[in-house]
Design a protein around this ligand. Sequence first.
Ligand code: BGC
Length: 734
Amino acid sequence: MEHCICEANWIGYDGEIKSSPDFICDFVTKKQVKSAEFQITAIGIYKAFINGKRIGRFEFAPGCTNYDKRLQYQTYDITDYIKDGENRLNVLVGKGWYRGRISSNWKNIHNTPCGIIASVNIVYSDGSKEVVITDNNWRVRESRILEDDLYDGETFDSTISDEELETSEKAVVLRNELSKEVLIPQEGEEVWEQEIIFPKSVFTTPNGETVIDFAQNVTGYATFSLNASEGKIIRYKHAEVLDSEGNAYTENYRSAKTEIKYICKDGLNAYKPSFTFTGFRYVVLPEKPEELDDRDLLSGFKAIAVYSHMKRTGYIETGSEKINQLFSNTLWSQRDNFLDIPTDCPQRDERMGWTGDAQVFCKTAALNYDVNKFTKKWCAELRTAQRENGSIPDTVPNFWQLKGNSAAWGDVICIMPWNMYMAYGDKLFLSENFDAMKKWVDYITGDTIQEGLWMTDPEDLKLWGKHYGDWLGLDAPEGSYIGATDPNLIASAFYAYSTGIVVKTGHILNEDVSKYEKLYENIRSIFEENFTELKTETEMVLALFFELTDSPEDVAKKLVTLIREDGYRMRTGFVGTPYLLHALSKYGFYDVAYTLLLREEYPSWLYSVNHGATSIWEHWDGVNDKGEFWSKDMNSFNHYSYGSVFDWVYTVAAGINTKEECAGYKEVVIAPHPDKRLGHLYCRFKSVHGEIISKWRYNGETCVYEIETPVKATVIIQGEEYKLQAGEHFCLTK
Ligand code: BGC
């Protein structure tokens, strides 16, 4: 297209619009239209309509980016929507991330006035063209959305008449001071309404609230279609869990109100929030609206799951119903937290792109779903947010304007591109991020007080965000979120790991990385000299998994002894847990890894399943055996981090791995490790080169293996190696 959005003007308005503004433009097509496209973005989030019809299905467009540097615009084909003659475009704009409470610390973003920029590019059948752009011909008016905020919910007044809206109309103003330099075409996956969930029950809680249970913790919104009379108010908030008395528990949402207030008109009221989402299992009506009974609510309400469009690639089914539920919980927590950016949680006043959480989960994410496009866009956000000195903010985009840059969090800039390259064989992940990776490693080199490691003065370690250590480790001192593992050891271990990734990346890209090769060797030798005694489980796990010890067998034995002495109550937190089972199985302790995977008492993965979880909890004991909550300020029931255990199930239990030198599963190694306690494991993974299947099941004392591979494979079963050709189906009983 010759014309583009860049020729349009930013428009906004002077004075007040009390509701979510509705920008309007009438235009006339003069000849027969051959094709028409619409380009748009907004300061906030928008929903666009032409002749009353919604354009596209992208929710929360234009998406979440570092708005000071990158603002996506979208291009929609509207050929089928445009009429001969008169047409009306209208664009409703909500606050979203840009102007909502979520960015209130980021003043120059948050305080930007509302605006849109758009163009309609029409090609007539005779080949002539016409462009309609945002300019002084547009008007703006009030809407029925009286309030909107991602955290706080929405207020909608359906009693406002069309005439009232029309009389509120006024001229727009041009906002030439707003930058067009930041405009970039859509990069990520679009966020869509993906699933509809019907309520399973409606009941009244002991404190008199009416609760609708969807039996699934989901991110999105609840919609309803109910008959009511004018002026009645339907008000509801959201909850993930009930407390021990059976009342809806909302304290863990902290200040996020997640409240919907809808003022009814006479007759049928059909409503869907436009500019807010939250994570919830329950819809909670503090007062039941008169005239409506439980049956009306049961048939009238629906939950809509909203997340980035990603194709499912990984399937796991085992002989344990509980592990199957845990897998379902992991898939849900991924969908619930992959809403344009990878977030820690979808419900409380946070929903941030926490880099550490994404770092620990990204490998599993790429096994479950095709996240190539999704992560590529977020890697661009990481690069954009990277500071001059190479450090990476702990949340990206950095809506809270955090100053910190923790180890294991910032390392996402090396670990995510590397994992994505391994998953898709797509070299862009490496070439686009190589400079940022090096900058991060160089930043560490310049930040340490002891060369060869990443060491920080104990006083500075107390700074919030310097290092989160083994976040939520169970060996944390009373009252602390940070586990007992030495933060300097974590920082140094990740320094080595990230430097190693820079070296491997440099080799693939044919870049000179001799400086980093030396650095890596140096870190490795100093690490062992410096951290002579590995005390905590996480310290041992990191030394083992990152290969930072010359006596791995001894360390592995020590780790196993510690775990056994603790009665298999693992102490690892966010940093150690994702690698725990890997560290054990790498040195032959498959049985211990399986014992931890299948353990049901606190702390364990299955504890939450036994307590009815439908998504992954932030804490092993979000709710304890007495029904008490962990805390109200840090207790999400939808945090994907611990779901990263499924990377172990795919790659060790089912044994599906790409060969490192054939990234993207161009050639694979399939080395399943069965355990009778799991009964069977059926695993399918749709790689970019086709579907890989690894199955095993016990038949008495023998195990039946079945493997299918679309590419050349090396199969390793109980130490024996078998070479398979592409397309081969392999069966073995042993
Ligand atoms: C988030 C975490 C995050 C952490 C950093 C929390 O509030 O929910 O998942 O990684 O802060 O320590």
